[in-house]
Design a protein around this ligand. Structure first.
Ligand code: FES
Length: 283
């Protein structure tokens, strides 16, 4: 299975279909606020993994009830709940998928295909149960559960092996040593300008506003874009750094993500000024 998924990562034959679907997703989910909502920007965490809890939980519960006598009605209700709730979860997943890198999109396409088969089987299972053919409904439900379980396995590969929608910058902290690190003379720091510095070999950005200075990891949590090369923009009344790669924006006074495709906040580091020198350390 691992070797197969590695081949899928490199399967450029999937790109034509993937590129078409990506264009369709971007054309359909046009309003930025809708895309941000689906990315999980308001939560500070990706929304899709949370949303899939409902269909998966409902379908597994229905499968358990299908193995027990006299549980046709609650099993039918759960299959219906799972099938209906899978649709918004799929929309959130497609929205995340459209902002992934090419190798991630290839695996994401197979993940989506397995889940589409699963949802279709569950829709058939629901129709069969509602028309009184509970034996057929049960069988379709068990095959559907197998398909969505395969989809979940592939989704695990996408998230944990390929790092899709996982915070790409936070592991930088593991390369920083303990204690305070000197960054710059306060007197030499320009106002309202992004400045890039290194702590050990970890890149951070500095942003001074009056006597307040923000120190933030430089690698974008989405896909490691260089925030130090981004622009500072005022969004919803807050100064934010906008990533030059795909436009994610993070508040410079707290690190909260205010604009996707990143669903994760950016890490801010503590600061102090000692003898006119700005210092930082691990949080
Ligand atoms: S790397 Fe994609 S938004 Fe920054």
């Amino acid at each position: 299975m691992r070797a197969l998924l590695t081949k899928v990562e490199q399967a450029s034959r999937l790109d034509r279909t993937g590129d078409r679907l990506q264009r369709a997703v971007l054309a359909t989910l046009r309003p930025r606020r809708l895309r941000d909502l689906l990315h999980g920007v308001t939560l500070g965490h990706p929304l899709h993994p949370a949303m899939v809890q409902v269909p998966v939980g409902a379908w597994i519960s229905a499968a358990v009830l299908d193995l027990m006598p006299g549980q046709r009605r609650p099993a039918t209700v759960l299959v219906g709940l799972g099938t209906v709730s899978a649709l918004p979860a799929a929309v959130a997943g497609l929205n995340d998928w459209a902002a992934l890198s090419r190798d991630q999109r290839r695996v994401g396409l197979v993940h989506a295909a397995a889940n589409t088969v699963g949802v279709t089987l569950y829709a058939g299972s629901l129709a069969a149960r509602l028309s009184g053919r509970h034996g057929v409904g049960r069988t379709l439900g068990f095959i559907g559960l197998s398909a969505v379980s395969l989809g979940a396995y592939i989704g695990g590969h996408l998230a944990y092996k390929q790092g899709a929608q996982v915070n790409q910058s936070i592991s930088e902290l593991h390369r920083m040593s303990d204690g305070w690190h000197s960054l710059a003379e306060m007197a030499a720091l320009p106002q309202r300008t992004l400045v890039t510095r290194e702590v050990d070999d970890v890149s951070v950005i500095l942003y001074r506003h009056g006597d307040e200075v923000t120190v933030m990891l430089e690698r974008c949590p989405h896909q490691s874009g260089p925030l130090g090369e981004g622009e500072v923009q005022e969004i919803d009344g807050h100064a934010c750094v906008v990533c030059p790669w795909h436009g994610s924006a993070f508040r410079l006074n707290g690190g909260e993500v205010v604009q996707g495709p990143s669903g994760n906040d950016q890490q801010i580091l503590p600061t102090r000024v000692q003898d006119g020198v700005l210092q930082t350390r691990l949080p």
